[in-house]
Write a protein of this length. Structure first.
Length: 214
């Protein structure tokens, strides 16, 4: 599924995260599709980055972003946020299952593929619900000051050298412009000279492993 464009900054950031998650699970599916010769180390390393970002994103949503939405809109969003929280738990369980399958991937690649398929289903169900029902309400309820607060809270526990290259890998041009146009010059320099090249090396390592098994 392709996410739709959004003009408000909050939804735009959320959709960029969703795009990155979908990108990563698609790449992992490609890596696991090469028969029994799975690039174990590359898959495990790549997934570790994705999992860390996804767990962080959900914690930020549950404790900061959607918590504030609940305060602002009350009963109007109570059922939606309850569904969101339940879906986060379902996704976390599916991620744990995939983690466990990756430990045994060398001997049971089929189990890893099945676990990934179940995880992708749980992820897509949640992202689609959030995009259809929750993000529009956030666009209505949150101010630019709120968005700045969310980004500051995010940065406290998710350093730019981890988050930005993950988010901007294979990003469309309008997302690149949105996230880098107001970026401090030293941060942009590090992004271009260090962080993105390191991310690209990891991606290329996974792709070379996939090519070797095809």
């Amino acid at each position: 599924m392709t996410t739709t464009a959004a003009t408000d900054p909050g939804s735009r950031i959320q959709l960029a995260v969703h795009r990155a998650v979908r990108r990563d699970t698609d790449r992992l599916a490609a890596a696991l599709a090469g028969g029994d010769e799975i690039p174990v180390d590359a898959v495990q390393a790549y997934w570790a980055v994705t999992a860390a970002q996804l767990h962080h994103h959900h914690e930020l949503e549950d404790t900061v972003i959607w918590a504030l939405l609940g305060e602002r809109l009350g009963e109007r969003v109570a059922l939606l946020l309850a569904r969101n929280a339940e879906e986060h738990q379902v996704m976390a369980a599916a991620m744990d299952e995939f983690d466990a399958a990756l430990v045994e991937i060398a001997t049971s690649p089929a189990a890893a593929r099945q676990a990934l398929e179940r995880m992708q289903g749980a992820i897509e169900t949640h992202l689609a619900h959030e995009e259809a029902d929750v993000l529009p309400l956030g666009a209505e309820a949150f101010t630019m000051e709120d968005i700045a607060f969310f980004r500051a809270e995010d940065a406290k526990t998710n350093s730019p050298d981890a988050f930005l290259p993950w988010l901007l890998d294979a990003a469309p041009e309008d997302d690149l412009t949105f996230f880098t146009s107001a970026m401090p010059a030293p941060v942009r320099a590090r992004l271009d000279s260090d962080w993105m090249p390191r991310r690209q090396m990891a991606v290329e390592g996974l792709r070379r492993s996939v090519a070797a098994t095809s």
